[in-house]
Design a protein around this ligand. Structure first.
Ligand SMILES: C[S@@+](CC[C@H](N)C(=O)[O-])C[C@H]1O[C@@H](n2cnc3c(N)ncnc32)[C@H](O)[C@@H]1O
Length: 256
């Protein structure tokens, strides 16, 4: 099985489409770091929300294979130019994905409900004034509204509806997006999480977080309202995760 990823020289571009950058590379590195698990996981349907140039979905298709593996790939983007560029990038690498120009997964919810095994997202996460979110063209690539969370907070509940019972979500976040709060929020919905890659660049501190359904969490979370206490093993895991995240955050800010 190939462990190749997309080649930058074969990635197409357009002035209105986000070019692969540190965040795109960190996401692909996280997928590579988790590749053995992904292969063992045997996904049948993989999806990228916000495919931009196609660098990530192409890399995923090259990493996991296509025809012999029986994996189907879908990618969406709100920017029609991104869909065209992704098509060209996939073609240049000899791989294929179904491409849809839509807002997150609008129009696909019914067809894909609880059936996507892997979702990857490098969302617009830069804190901006709210009115910059969802603008046409390249601005939609980064404008994330207050705390950079506007689009992320719309994507998460949709991803949750699309993920299969064994579905995994890989999400790019910045420290300013408050990743520990995202993890807690997802935990309340029954998802465990771990940081696959944490990377500081000159401009940003990136976390690539992996989420997966954890039925033990779902059961114990349901116990909370009746017992009015959080089971200690849940609280221990929760606190250790939050501590880990805040520790990383503070050690990074003290070193910068
Ligand atoms: C930071 S770029 C990432 C592009 C590519 N995935 C990468 O990693 O290089 C975010 C992408 O999400 C797309 N996007 C923004 N809002 C979206 C939405 N509501 N639905 C679908 N795509 C969206 C943008 O057009 C852009 O291509």
């Amino acid at each position: 099985m190939s462990s190749k990823i997309a080649q930058i020289r074969l990635v197409h571009s357009h002035p209105e489409v986000y070019e692969p950058c540190d965040d795109s590379f960190a996401l692909v590195d996280a997928l590579l770091a988790d590749r053995v698990n992904l292969l063992e996981h045997r996904p049948t349907l993989c999806m990228e929300v916000g495919c931009g140039s196609g660098y990530v979905i192409t890399s995923l298709a090259l990493m996991l294979g296509e025809d012999d593996s029986g994996i189907h790939y879908i990618a969406t983007d709100i920017n029609p130019h991104a869909v065209q560029v992704t098509h060209a990038t996939l073609e240049a690498h000899g791989v294929h994905a179904e491409l849809i120009n839509t807002n997150i997964a609008s129009g696909l919810e019914k067809r894909l409900a609880r059936s996507v095994d892997v979702i990857v997202v490098n969302p617009p996460y830069v804190p901006t004034p709210e009115d910059e979110v969802g603008r046409e063209g390249i601005a939609s690539a980064w404008a994330g509204g207050e705390n950079g969370r506007s689009v992320i907070d719309k994507i998460l509940p949709i991803a949750e509806k699309l993920l299969s019972d064994r579905g995994w979500l890989y999400l790019v976040t910045l420290t300013t997006n408050n990743p520990s709060q995202i993890c807690l929020q997802m935990r309340e919905k029954g998802y465990a999480s771990r940081i696959v890659i944490q990377r500081s660049t000159e401009e940003e501190n990136l976390h690539i977080i992996k989420f997966w359904r954890d039925f033990e969490i779902q059961l114990t979370t349901k116990e909370v309202p009746t017992n009015k206490t959080v089971p200690s093993r849940v609280m221990d895991t929760l606190l250790s995760q939050v501590h880990r995240l805040s520790f990383k955050k503070s050690s990074n800010s003290s070193s910068s």
